[in-house]
Design a protein around this ligand. Sequence first.
Ligand SMILES: *[C@@H]1O[C@H](CO)[C@@H](O)[C@H](O)[C@H]1NC(C)=O
Ligand SMILES: *[C@@H]1O[C@H](CO)[C@@H](O)[C@H](O)[C@H]1NC(C)=O
Length: 393
Amino acid sequence: MVPKLSVQSLSLLLFSVGMALNMTAKQDLRCIMYFTGQHPVAPSIDQLQHVTHVAIAFMSPGFFNEPGRTDWPLFTTVTDVRSKFPKGTKVQVAIGGWGDTAGFSAAALNDTTRRTFAENVASMVAATGADGIDVDWEYPGGNGEDYKQVPNSAKAWEIDAYPLLLGELRGALGPNKIISAAVPGLQRDMLAFTRLTVPRIMRHVDYLNVMTYDLMNRRDTVTKHHTGVALSLEAVDAYISAGAAPQKLNLGFAFYIKYFKTVHDECALASPIGCPTLQLEDPATGKDLGRSGGFSWHDPIPDEVAESFTKAVNFGVYDEDQGGYYYWDAAEDLWWTFDTPDAIKRKFPAILGQRRLGGVFAWGLGEDAPLFKHFITLSNEFEGRLHERKDEL
Ligand SMILES: *[C@@H]1O[C@H](CO)[C@@H](O)[C@H](O)[C@H]1NC(C)=O
Ligand SMILES: *[C@@H]1O[C@H](CO)[C@@H](O)[C@H](O)[C@H]1NC(C)=O
């Protein structure tokens, strides 16, 4: 039997399908900006039309460990941040950040501590009027700032407890609040992100912000692109093969610059890509030895590297093989790695398009002030991707 369809109902059906596809395309691509306490500035509201979510960073996880808390100090308010963005932009509170993990460990410990934490987070979300949270535990299972003080073996239990904590948060916040998690970009840090845990994690979160930056840091011993294409692909592919849908992954962009001291002869003789650095941190304590650094586009350029940075901006090149803009200063023995607007553009076909990821995010919006050159490039490319995406559907 062929069902009878009138012309009207057929066109209504087509219209509905069209609407549904349009809405899918819009809703499913996310453009998320971290709004940070270090650089709490935004461009004018008309430049923010493509931003879908803002994550205010950070609130400390330690706030949520004792039952019944009612004050939620933050460098700004959800209401104030909301007023800086177009109507409808989702506002999340990001909890945690680099080095602030003790409150997460205390929260994850057992059923009771997980419930207390989740209930407090739900109270905070209700009190602040946020649309949800971003869980920024760096990292469950270890390799955090304290990795030389607390061995990863002492944190192995967190691997199993992390999805349980996210589940408790989902239970307390309900299905309509956003729960996302910022997750490591280097495989060596993905201790809690395996084929066993990723499916459990994905059940509770709306999406993951894969931190595809700082992929070279002071724990490395050779030069790499800190937010390069090949390393970013490795990161997202690790989550995909562990069971995350590409649509639930956001690619991270860094609005800051990094530099590292290198060994002269070896870098001069061969390629400066993948050549040895000086020892960058104290192997016993993990302390910074002052041979690497970073600064955002909004920061003053440190005097001691200012001249070298000018050369990096003027004479740097793009590595077509690994994907990344870099400069090696042979006079100062400095490896520079950062995204130019052109490097940002290349990531859209090379990563977003290739893997059909669900969105982008940047650390952070104010880090690109006052010119917002990188943000504007990201926003324009995002718009392009929205159109492409519609054609793909
Ligand atoms: C979908 O979006 C396009 C362009 O944004 C618009 O022209 C079209 O009318 C929309 N379709 C529906 C069914 O809303
Ligand atoms: C959970 O851990 C807390 C903090 O160590 C402890 O006081 C409490 O007794 C534990 N509860 C359960 C059910 O194990």
